[in-house]
Design a protein around this ligand. Structure first.
Ligand code: FMN
Length: 174
C-alpha cells in the first residue's frame, strides 16, 4: 500500500500520524492535598536516563494533574496491564472524581497509584518545560516496583494487547 502525498500537520493529522507509533498506556497521578487525588491517562511515557533513573511524561497545559505536579513537585506513574482498559478510559474522561470508589495503592512517598498495575513508579520533578500546548516533566524515580504480565497497548486510537513477545530477547540490553 502506498503512502499519500506529504502535508503540513493539523492537530488531527499529528494525532493520526503519531498514532501509528504503538505505545503502552499509563496513568500519571499527583496529590494536591485537596482530599481528591488527581490523575490522567497518558501514552507519552519515555525512559530517559538509567543512572540517575529519570523518565519523561508530557501533560496537557491547564489539566488539574499538570497543576498538581507543578505545585507539589512530585508525581507517580502506573503502567497499565492489558485488563485495565476500563481504567485507561476512566482516567481519560473529563470531569468527575477519578479515584472515587476506586481502591488505590499508596507509595512510600504517599502518592496514589493504580492497583494491580504492571509497574508503579514514584518520582520527584527533576525538570519541567513548556513545549507547545503541553508541559513536559522529567521525573527522577525515587521508588518503583513491577510485576510480569501483558501490557495494555494503544495504536491508531484503539486499545489492544501486547501479546506476542515470543521473539528472541535483546540480550545486550537486559
Ligand atoms: C491512550 C491515551 C493516551 C493519552 N496520552 C496523553 C498524554 O500523553 N498526555 C496528555 O496530556 N493527555 C493524554 N491523553 C488525554 C488525557 O488522558 C485526557 O485528555 C484527560 O481527560 C486529561 O485529564 P483532565 O481532564 O484532568 O485534563 C491520553 C488519552 C488516552 C486515551
Amino acid at each position: 500500500m502506498t503512502l499519500p502525498a506529504f502535508q503540513t500537520p493539523t492537530p488531527t493529522d499529528m494525532r493520526r500520524s503519531m498514532g501509528r507509533f504503538t505505545t503502552g498506556v499509563a496513568v500519571v497521578s499527583a496529590d494536591d492535598g485537596s482530599g481528591d487525588p488527581c490523575a490522567m491517562t497518558i501514552s507519552s511515557l519515555t525512559s530517559i536516563s538509567l543512572e540517575p533513573a529519570i523518565l519523561l511524561v508530557s501533560l496537557t497545559q491547564g489539566s488539574r494533574t499538570t497543576t498538581a505536579v507543578d505545585q507539589t513537585g512530585a508525581f507517580a506513574v502506573s503502567i497499565l496491564g492489558s485488563r485495565q482498559e476500563a481504567l485507561a478510559r476512566r482516567f481519560a474522561t473529563r470531569g468527575g472524581a477519578r479515584f472515587e470508589d476506586l481502591p488505590f495503592d499508596l507509595g512510600r512517598a504517599g502518592l496514589p497509584m493504580i492497583k494491580d498495575a504492571l509497574a508503579q513508579l514514584e518520582c520527584t520533578v527533576h525538570a519541567a518545560h513548556d513545549v507547545g500546548d503541553h508541559r513536559v516533566f522529567y521525573g527522577e524515580v525515587t521508588d518503583m516496583r513491577w510485576r510480569d504480565g501483558n501490557g495494555l497497548a494503544f495504536y491508531s486510537g484503539r486499545f489492544g494487547d501486547f501479546l506476542d513477545f515470543g521473539h528472541d530477547e535483546v540480550p545486550w540490553l537486559f
